[in-house]
Each structure stands twice: as C-alpha cells, then as structure tokens.
Ligand binder design. Structure first.
Ligand code: NIG
Ligand code: FE
Length: 425
C-alpha cells in the first residue's frame, strides 16, 4: 500500500528506545530511552524510514517536502505506539454490582466462589451474539486507541465451552481485521473451572487439553495459551499440563501467576519457559530469580492491584533482580475495568517504584516482546511499523508527573493518522 509520507518535525524529544529489538530491556537498560532532542521521523509505506535530528532528516528529504504531510511537533514528544500485552478485551456486560458489593466488604474471590465474578461474565458472554460482542469490544478498542495504544493482546476465557471460546476468538479475529489496532490472540480456556465442573476440575482440564487446544490451533485462532494458576482455580500441576499441551500445538505459554496467594506460579513459568508470567503480586523472591534467569517477562498489572485494593507487585525488586518487566491494563470487567494504559504507567511509578523511563520501556519495547512482536513494533527504528504517538507534553517525565491525564494528541498507525487533536479520525 502506498500512502503519503509523513514527516514529523522538531519534537522536543523523540523517544526511540532503540537497540531492544532482539531481546527485552532489563535492569539499567530499561532507563535508556535513547532520546533525540529536536528530533524528527519520516514515515513511508507503513514503515519508519528515518529517525534522527531534524537538521539531518531535512537534509535527506528536502527534495521531497512537497510530497509529505508535515506535522510540527515543536514542544511535544514522539513515542512508539504503546502496546498492551494482557487484556481480556472480548466480553459482554459489566459488573458494577460486584464493585458495589466489594465496597461493602465482600472479597473478589468470595464473589467468584458464589457464582459471580468470572462466572457472571461467562454467562453474559455465552448468551451474547457475535455482533453484540463485536460492538461492545470495538468500543473498548476505540478508547484504547485514543490513549495511544496501537497493539494489544486479547484473551478468550469467558466462554469455557469449545463453542463459546471459539466465538470470543473469532470476534477478536474480526476486530483485528477491521479495526486499526492490531490484536494478538491468546486462548485462555483455563480461565476458571466452570460451575458444572466444580466437583471434577480434572475433567475440565482434559476438555481444554483434548478438545479446545487442538481446535483453536487447527483454526489458527490464537498464538498463545494462558492459564489462571491460583489456589482454588488451577494448580501448578494442572497449569503445566495445559501449557505443555498448548506447546505441542504451537501455542506459546503465558500464565496468570501468584495474583491472590503465593502459589509457585513464577517458578512454574520459569520451569516451563513461559513467554511471560503475569500479575505476580505475591511472587516469591526465588520465583523472581528463576524468571530473571530464564528471561521470562513479568507482565505487571498495577491497575488490578489498585482496583482490588491490594498491594502491587514489587516491580522495583523485579527489575533490580533482572526480570524484564512489561506493564498492562489487564482490561477486564472484574478486576480492572479500564483501557487507560497511561494510568497504569502512573501506577507503575507511584505504586511499584518504577522510574518514568522504566514505565515507558515497559509499555513499548518490553510489552512488544511479551507478545513476540519485539522485532516489528515497540521502538522507533528504521524498518519497524510506523506506529507512532505524539503527546502534548515537552518531556517524557511529564507523562507520569501530570498523572491521570491522557496526553495523547496524535496517533499514527502503519503510517496513517488515526487520532488527531485527541479525537478519532
Ligand atoms: O486477569 N485473574 C484472572 N482473570 C482476570 C479477572 C477476570 C474477571 O474478574 O472477570 C484477571 O484479573
Ligand atoms: Fe488477566
């Protein structure tokens, strides 16, 4: 596809994050954003063609100025499109009633064990038509885009029958085709033990392994396989069986680990060589060390901890232990009903002790690696997808300092302006 080139000029800071395409950034590397002052970017044919000082790029492209759409970024910053590596995008309904119950003293697990929680959304999602799910999820996607997010991961897991899981994954596939945001799909049949399998959870594990995983893989509906490894949900042994079965069908392992109780989830992730272990609020020190050694990415979800009024994961310690850290909204109707990745970045600083630079690395290049896209998105480097955000702030620290504000002004997806002046185009 040929489109008009875009020349973004004179940004106060172009945050390139160069050099992390082959593996995620760790430790001090997460603070090195590789910033260019008075920087410019030339985008063409959906790709980044040049990044550098404005004077250099002007020299290079001055003969082609008439062709290009020139965007003046004076006083602003330019970043890679943000990446959200853990969402439960496709679901029906909402659960503000449970929020109300929690505000009156009930706990998240109590509500779930009484048939609410994931089970309530599963019921609503099973009953919803493809069109309804598409419509409700598209609305969330539009909001993600307005917050500067250009790629997300989306999990199934509110179907819990073969048919309903496929429906969710098909909606995600359709949305990926029609919406400008790129969606990377994860199968998460093992999100909860459905109520009718409560007395025989191993039969459900067998169903996931013998029927769901082979079908999802055959239809090419997912790249990853995820499981909720938690006391009262799936044990580390069951989780390992499910993740190994996925690997046999080419689905790469991810794991919801140590969210509510310390349960050996981080250790399980390292043992199995998971791409990421997510949540990790209660991860043990040993588990963190094992993850660092194996290069398992810790996808941290401080919005979930905030919304459940729990202590956040120890992001600071994980980075200091050498774990590659990414951040995500965990967008879902129960424990984190938000699409605001910028707010999650604020919480990454304020609740987990990460620096403003680290949270940017965690939502760009490291988030891209958490969904195996580090080679094509997550940094502003020649040859990568032209997914670019312009924020109306003079330096990257203001993104975290002026917290709770969406600073996104312009979003460019594969070389086309899709958000301008803060609204969808
Ligand atoms: O990532 N932890 C498990 N699943 C979701 C919550 C799902 C829900 O409450 O609907 C999570 O937090
Ligand atoms: Fe989740």
């Amino acid at each position: 596809m040929t489109t008009q080139p875009i020349f973004i000029r004179h940004a106060n800071q172009v945050i390139t994050l160069k050099g992390g395409s082959t593996k995620p950034l760790t430790a001090d590397g997460m603070n090195e954003l590789h910033i260019i002052e008075d920087g410019s970017v030339w985008l063409e044919n959906g790709q980044i063609q040049a990044v550098g000082k404005d004077a250099e790029l002007f020299e290079k492209f001055q003969g082609r100025m008439d062709e290009a759409q020139v965007i003046d970024a004076t006083g602003k910053i330019v970043t890679p499109g943000f990446v959200d590596p853990h969402t439960h995008l496709v679901y029906a309904g909402s659960r503000e009633n449970e929020f109300n119950m929690r505000m009156q003293g009930s706990s998240y697990m109590e509500i779930m064990n009484a048939g609410g929680g994931i089970h309530a959304t599963t019921k609503a999602t099973r009953e919803a038509s493809h069109e309804q799910l598409y419509r409700e999820s598209k609305r969330r996607l539009d909001q993600f885009l307005l917050h500067g997010v250009t790629t997300i991961e989306a999990k199934s897991g509110y179907g819990l029958t073969l048919e309903a899981e496929l429906k969710q994954l098909e909606v995600a596939k359709n949305l990926n085709e029609t919406h400008v945001i790129d969606i990377v799909s994860t199968f998460m049949g093992a999100h909860a033990v459905p109520t009718d399998y409560k007395e025989r959870p191993d039969d459900f594990v067998d169903l996931v392994i013998n029927e769901m995983i082979p079908k999802v893989a055959e239809l090419g509906l997912a790249e990853f396989n995820d499981v909720f490894c938690e006391h009262g949900v799936f044990t580390p042994e069951q989780s390992k069986r499910i993740l190994k079965a996925g690997l046999e069908y080419g689905l790469l392992p991810k794991i919801h680990a140590d969210e509510i109780e310390p349960y050996g989830g981080a250790e399980t992730a390292a043992e199995i060589g998971a791409v990421s272990a997510d949540h990790l609020l209660k991860a043990s020190e040993q588990g963190m060390k094992m993850m660092a050694k194996k290069g398992v990415i810790g996808v941290l979800l401080p919005g979930t901890a905030f919304f459940l009024m729990e202590e956040s994961a120890n992001g600071r310690k994980m980075i200091d232990e050498g774990v590659p850290v990414a951040l995500s909204t965990d967008c879902n109707p129960g424990s984190s009903p938000t699409v605001s990745l910028p707010l999650i970045m604020n919480l990454g600083c304020l609740k987990m002790g990460m620096t403003p630079a680290e949270v940017i690395a965690a939502t760009t290049i490291n988030a891209a690696h958490a969904i195996k896209r580090g080679h094509e998105i997550g940094s502003l480097e020649v040859g990568k997808k032209a997914d670019v955000v312009i924020l109306d702030i003079p330096n990257y620290m203001q993104m975290q300092y002026h917290y709770g504000v969406n600073h996104t002004e312009t979003v460019i997806k594969e070389g086309i302006v899709v958000v301008g002046g803060g609204t969808l185009i």
